[in-house]
Design a protein around this ligand. Structure first.
Ligand SMILES: C[S@@+](CC[C@H](N)C(=O)[O-])C[C@H]1O[C@@H](n2cnc3c(N)ncnc32)[C@H](O)[C@@H]1O
Length: 294
């Protein structure tokens, strides 16, 4: 990719996530205390985010890569950290800053947001106690550089918390996700699902996989899948803890159309079965959360 192509794609990436941040901010404030009640967070992320926030001690210096509208950076500041969030989307950062201004009197730490291209990350050495990166590594093209820079920027003994998709979905996982999306009520009608099934025939699993991987959503969606970010982290850090995300629950959570009273118990039950199937090696986890120590 030449420089002009990269700049064009990066601007499109920033536009996309800026629009997404605007859409979300119109629904609820960019604050974990609100976001934690969203269905996909209740089912997929709340336990891991709370476990991360439990690592924060007042006065810590923390950094978030790909902070979007800033809710996680803010949550760290709400625990007393001096937190910095980096993102490419100026629009998302503006939302983060203006919301922070409305709550800052009640925040014991501090939050600062800076526009940065993570692929060209340049950080001060031995500065941060903790670096967090959620769902952003797989958008980056210079992962090795980013992880080396994070390692340099952490204080000795500092923690890198990374949560992201990992690798390609295995065929069996794709089939189970596709079957559940076909059988359960989703945002697509049964008639349209059956039509798509006949139209795509044997190519249907390929389509489900593309949909799981959100292919085409962003110009850099999946760019980082070409690199093994977990391996790159393991080469420099000590992996203290690794949590496998369930295989199909995240996808089904995004697709399912049902009121919370029905959806939440169903998704919790699915998650419990899913985790067991992942632990038994019958399905492949959709992502990983790692706690990596410098
Ligand atoms: C999938 S979103 C995740 C946002 C947030 N971490 C979350 O989990 O809600 C990916 C984020 O990475 C940011 N991003 C993508 N490529 C980037 C780059 N090269 N430099 C900085 N930020 C980037 C996007 O603007 C977007 O906010």
């Amino acid at each position: 990719m030449n420089d002009a192509d990269y700049a064009r794609k990066l601007a499109a990436e920033a536009d996309l996530w800026g629009a997404e941040a605007e859409r979300q901010a119109a629904l609820l404030p960019p604050d974990w205390e609100h976001h934690r009640h969203l269905r996909h967070n209740v089912i997929m992320h709340a336990a891991d985010i709370d476990a991360l926030l439990d690592q924060i001690r007042p006065g810590m210096r923390t950094l978030e890569l790909g902070c979007a509208s800033g809710w996680l950076t803010l949550a760290m500041a709400q625990r007393g950290a001096h937190a910095v969030g980096l993102d490419i989307s100026q629009k998302a950062l503006d939302i983060a800053r203006s919301y922070y201004e409305t709550v800052r009197d009640r925040v014991p730490g501090s939050a600062a947001y800076r526009q940065t291209d993570l692929n060209a990350l340049a950080l001060e050495p031995e500065t941060y106690d903790l670096v967090a990166v959620k769902a952003s590594l797989h958008h980056l093209v210079r992962l090795e550089h980013v992880i080396a820079e994070v390692h340099r920027a952490l204080k000795p003994g500092g923690l890198l918390w990374a949560a992201d998709t990992h690798g390609d979905e295995a065929p069996r996982t794709v089939l189970v996700a596709g079957a559940l999306a076909l059988l359960l009520p989703t945002h697509t009608s049964y008639r349209d699902k059956l039509r798509a099934l006949f139209r795509f025939g044997l190519r249907a699993p390929e389509r489900v996989k593309a949909s799981i991987q959100a292919e085409g959503l962003s110009p850099f969606e999946g760019a980082g899948r070409e690199h093994d970010w977990l391996q790159l982290i393991a080469e420099r850090f000590t992996i203290e803890r690794r949590v496998n995300m369930p295989a199909v629950t995240g996808y089904v959570t995004a697709q399912l159309r049902a009121p919370d009273a029905v959806a939440l118990p169903l998704l919790r039950a699915l998650r419990a079965v899913d985790r067991r199937l992942v632990a038994a090696g019958l399905l492949r986890n959709s992502g990983v959360v790692v706690y990596a120590r410098k």
